[in-house]
Design a protein around this ligand. Structure first.
Ligand code: AMP
Ligand code: MG
Length: 390
């Protein structure tokens, strides 16, 4: 049995960073930027008004000063003559500033009679101008790698970059195994349950940036498992669920070995999730997750996320670890790293009463996994502990 960090390292050894593809800007959200990109223009490309008002010369601005309004500049339509002394141009937000103007008096500070304006309130200290390139300059860089958030997409659009170099999304083939399983919406037989892990893991993998494909459920026999594996062509990662223990009906390891799987490890010192298996099947990384729903989801969180991140060219840190104070004492831990379903609220963490690894309601109600490292001593209420946010 190996430690969680040894398993983590072995899993990352199985994964290569995927190739780069170009996608249209409209499809770039949540993808991983793969190469630095550079702005193709200044933003704004000209000095622009930040307010609705009157463009004038700053040195002429004082209370009761009067100006003649000689024209108008709106967004998309500049006033195309140089501003002379004593003149003002009616200007709107986003419009280019006329040549010779270097101050915008906001309309609230002005009284207008026909083409004459008078400054009736002392203007504030701001010139109400957005300087040329005040946001970014041509050539400015958005650095890779990064997950493109909505704000990044807006920035790329403003930089006038229509196609974005991103990592290809890893394709993950998900195989549930078990004679007892049927798909949601089907009518289960009296001894059957619904395959839940497949859907939870698909949702999780897609939140990590993968493209997860649910294959038909494999029965607990060699022929059915072989058929399922034969449908994984083109996947960057194969994930099986269940059938990984040592029971008579746990055939995943046997069938994978028959198909030439090179095993990296089997069994990790953790709870839940001990019977975790990994290796390379005909060149493709493969992870065999335990079938218990909470075990499968916890292992997905702890191990599949760094694998997907590495394939996407992101730093594969284990997981985002946070700290909280215990609201109650905990017992000392045994030799396996324990990931306990828990709830964090206002910096305080409370472990769920029932830690059975089959209870999806408990996992669904949790927002954290408290991490108890191997042989961790007992804790008092108020001690600071580590957890993974869910
Ligand atoms: P196994 O690892 O195949 O022995 O499965 C352990 C437990 O998890 C059994 O109670 C299975 O019925 C259950 N199980 C296995 N796969 C799934 C799945 N895809 N969805 C829900 N439960 C599952
Ligand atoms: Mg099974």
């Amino acid at each position: 049995m190996i430690s969680v960090s040894e398993a983590h390292a072995a899993l990352l050894d199985l994964c290569a960073t995927l190739e780069i593809e170009d996608v249209p800007l409209s499809q770039a959200a949540n993808r991983v930027l793969a190469q630095d990109v550079h702005a193709r223009r200044d933003q704004p490309p000209f000095s622009a008004s930040a307010m609705d008002g009157y463009a004038v010369k700053a040195e002429e601005v004082e209370l009761h000063a009067m100006f003649q309004v000689v024209g108008e500049a709106a967004a998309g339509h500049r006033y195309d003559a140089p501003l002379k002394p004593g003149q003002a141009v009616r200007i709107f937000t986003g419009a280019p500033l006329p040549v010779g103007a270097n101050f915008v008096v906001i309309q609230e500070d002005v009284s207008r009679k026909k083409d004459l304006i008078t400054i009736v309130n002392q203007p504030g200290p701001s010139d109400n101008i957005r300087p040329r390139a005040g946001d970014f300059c041509s050539g400015q860089c958005l650095t890779a790698p990064r997950i493109l958030r909505p704000a990044d997409v807006a920035l790329l659009a403003a930089m006038n970059i229509p196609n974005i170099p991103v990592r290809r999304r890893p394709v993950v083939a998900l195989i549930s195994t078990g004679d007892e399983l049927v798909m949601p919406g089907e009518t289960p037989g009296p001894d059957q349950i619904i395959a839940s892990n497949t859907f939870g893991l698909k949702a999780m993998l897609e939140s990590f940036g993968a493209d997860a494909r649910i294959l038909p459920i494999a029965q607990d026999n060699i022929a059915s498992l072989r058929t399922a594996f034969s449908l994984t062509a083109g996947a960057d990662l194969i994930v099986t669920i269940g059938g990984a223990s040592v029971g008579d009906h746990d055939l995943v390891a046997r069938v994978a070995a028959d198909l030439g799987m090179e095993r990296a490890f089997y069994k990790v010192a953790m709870r839940p999730g001990k019977p975790l298996m990994a290796g390379r099947l005909q060149g493709t990384p493969m992870v065999g997750l335990p079938g218990n729903p909470v075990s499968a989801m916890v292992c997905g969180h702890v191990f599949l996320q760094p694998m997907i991140r590495q394939m996407c060219g992101l730093p594969a840190q284990l997981c985002q670890i946070s700290m909280a104070r215990l609201s109650h004492p905990t017992k000392g831990n045994g030799p396996r790293q324990h990931y306990m379903r828990a709830t964090v609220s206002n910096g305080e963490i409370t472990v769920a009463d029932n830690q059975d690894s089959a209870l999806l309601t408990v996992l669904s109600a949790a927002n954290a996994l408290l991490i108890l490292p191997p042989h961790e001593p007992a804790h008092d209420a108020g001690d600071t502990v580590q957890y993974l946010p869910l």
